[in-house]
Design a protein around this ligand. Sequence first.
Ligand code: ADP
Ligand code: ZN
Ligand code: ZN
Length: 765
Amino acid sequence: MSSKPANTSSTGHNPAAIPTEPFAHKQFIRVAIPSPLRQLFDYLPPDSYPAHGICPGSRVVVPFGPRQVVAIVLSIEPDTDIPTSKLKTVISVLDNEPLLPNDIIHLCQWAARYYHHSLGETLAQAMPKNLRLGKPASYGAIPFWNCIAELDSELQNQLKRSKKQLAALELISSYPQGISATELHELGFSKSTLKELSKKGLICSRNVEPSALPFTDITNPLKAAHLKLNEEQAFACEAITDGLENYRTYLLEGVTGSGKTEVYLQAISAALSEGKQTLVLVPEIGLTPQTVRRFRDRFNVPVACLHSGLSDGERLQGWLEAARGSAGILISTRSGIFTPMPHLGLIIVDEEHDGSYKQQESLRYNARDLAIYRGRQRQCPVVLGSATPSLESLHNTHQGKYTQLHLKQRAGNARPPVMELLDLRHQVLRDGLSTELLQRMAAHLGRGNQVMVFLNRRGYAPSMICQDCGNIIDCPHCDAHMTIHRYPPHMHCHHCDLQQAIPWQCTSCQSRKLQPVGQGTERTEQVLSQHFADYPVLRIDRDTTRRKQALSDMLEEVQSGKACILLGTQMLAKGHHFPDVTLVAIINADAGLFSADFRGPERTGQLIMQVAGRAGRGDKPGQVIIQTYNPEHPALQLLSMNDYSRFTNNLFIERKQLNLPPEGYLTLIRSESVNQNESEVLLSALRQYAEQSGLQQLDNSLRILGPIPAPMEKRQGRYRWHLLIHGKNRNHLHSLVGRVVSYLESHRLPRQLKWTVDIDPQEMS
Ligand code: ADP
Ligand code: ZN
Ligand code: ZN
């Protein structure tokens, strides 16, 4: 950084500062500003506003360079080391009570330190967009819908053709006091569906101020009776609820369909009856309407919700309901970890192994790891649930840091799926599907069951090759092939989003013999639709679910139970409960086993187990077929025996040999530039500087690897390089990273040369 902007204060308090000005009795507002600068700034209070009337945790608008920004007040200081003449004045005060309570500020301070990030940006992350933009911390009245018609068989018949409207009407009529537009939206009903129903005179809305009643005022929190827990579930639930007053992390390892959610619900019930709120974190895509509905069907207390499918206004509403204690439960994707909850008494992280808990930009936090910090901070239990726990969490249980709880049986009547490896080496393939698989699918469909086909690759085909010269059409900006899409027809780079027309001749030899190679979901959909003309094929991937309602419409069709084929990417793997799926086919299991990322095998194993877990969740038994060219591969062998624990034990041995997490800790410094050598040069200098620090002499487990090119060196026209720092002792590692960061911050770098620090990286890309 070149010159310090005015108003700069040293981070934290500087005891050496001498109050020189005659105005030393005046008070100063110390704020955090959403900028990459890792420091705090001091301002004068506005004339009309005594400093002591401004409280820490509230938002103020301040001048910052040429801009005005929304900042968070951290403290009121008697002194500042900036001359008063250089101090600027707060423009306006947005909150007259703290918006962010102390515990959230502490959480953010800790996260900023741990991830070596600016506190101002970290605090900005903690707020929903509307608050970040300086909008008022309140929400207006929202429409509540009531059913005004009698939902008899005649009406049901009338609406037979508009399934969505009928479903909405059925739902609305089950709420005699009305149901809010927000909730309906969260459950997958669009504005247009409601408009149609209201045009037909079947429902009407009135605007209601959302309840500001604390959830604790609701005398009977339970709406529907709990299920009777089986022995394993009861044991787990008791363990968790026995210790509601203390911090403890539980790893609830329950096979798919073992009733983890039922354990959560009953633990939440215990928390509610002690007047405590629960935070439930769910993966990005896992937040299906069904999940939310399951919680709302069980409890009378308001369930707030935060996820990317909601509007900014709806997110603000959810955030405020949790922050003001009117919601008893908050269900949220990763950012919910920063939501204030005054009565927080239980934290649940569902599918804790899921990659979406890690943010891959800006503040690269892992919400699961912050959940542990928050549990300790609030002295409440944290439950990490998964059928396929991460190696990190398993390692922590082996070390006695977490308590492991097992659910080994599927709940109710469901039995574990039977898994089978289908050797592709002796099979005739039709666009990636073996004859044997097609026959088995036909048998399941013929019995009126549903079949799920999993392929983790969208588009029509992953590459286009020239049959004359072997040239493959590559993205001009990335070290990657262009994917062919048919609907609509175009070439698409999945790494930089470049889209082009499909070429009609080879760019290298001008031959016209261009051939798509490999399978994507579009191509598989085409084959399946032709082969199984009598059954609908529902393709669920990022391309078919761009429209907001599309996913919930398709899921509804699956829930109807009719025989069909569900085809999709990992969007299908997570959390869904499809009781009529009896066969799951994984058509290309080999792809992830040989990936460049050391977590590749772990992720593939988790994905296979999760996909397989969609089979046989109802009363009908389930079967899983895994197509592979490597049936002897030890990982596939163990997975096909449903033996996740032996599978992970092998991975532990490998990681230990290679000194990779959870053996020790890792930090990844990334650098990228449009110029080819710049990143490497920067990282080499960084390495040298780090080696001179002498820290490695103090702790010989500290190792620096690289610089090495990223697995995809060129992406979006930038050359990307990595420097890895590994250490057995977290504190020592962080000291070294701290030095590296201050080196990077104190050097003026060319504008196009960017660097980032990734603590506990999840992806080595
Ligand atoms: P998981 O979250 O472990 O995948 P779920 O909680 O979704 O599993 O449970 C799977 C199915 O089993 C659900 O339909 C659920 O209602 C049912 N279930 C869970 N616990 C019980 C129980 N104790 N008795 C009967 N059915 C149960
Ligand atoms: Zn060619
Ligand atoms: Zn590209």
